[in-house]
Design a binder for this molecule. Sequence first.
Ligand SMILES: [Zn+2]
Length: 157
Amino acid sequence: MALTSPAPLLELLDNVCSEVREVGAVDSDSAAKLAFLCPDEYVAASSILDHQNPIKELVASDSGRSFFLVGSSTKKPHLSIPGFCTCSAFCHKVAARREAIVCKHELAARLAQALSKAEVRRMSEEGWANAFSSAWMLAMFESDGSFKDATSGTPGR
Ligand SMILES: [Zn+2]
């Protein structure tokens, strides 16, 4: 099913994340909304939060810019910022076909932040820029061929 209006759905997701932050947990009401907005991604994001290495949030000290490193089944972590992720599911399902409003990594990062489960690292602007650059290079190019997959149009996770 293609989504016709992702922006309002993303607003709903923002609201759910705010509720999770206020309550300090994903209560049954939030869980039901997440299961409606992004069913597959919610299941997968919960698994990431429960079973994988802590999600890291790297924050630049002066500007407050941040990005997330989210573990994956392969060795390299994915780089995610709200509205973007380096995984192929983001490219195919979110960006190209709008079958989903977020990938599992972005959702896991949003929930980790709302639940204060992310491992926050603050760094200088220069350190942040370097960390972003190397995380991006690693995720996009120095991987097991997923950049090639992404350009050939083969769906993958
Ligand atoms: Zn992703």
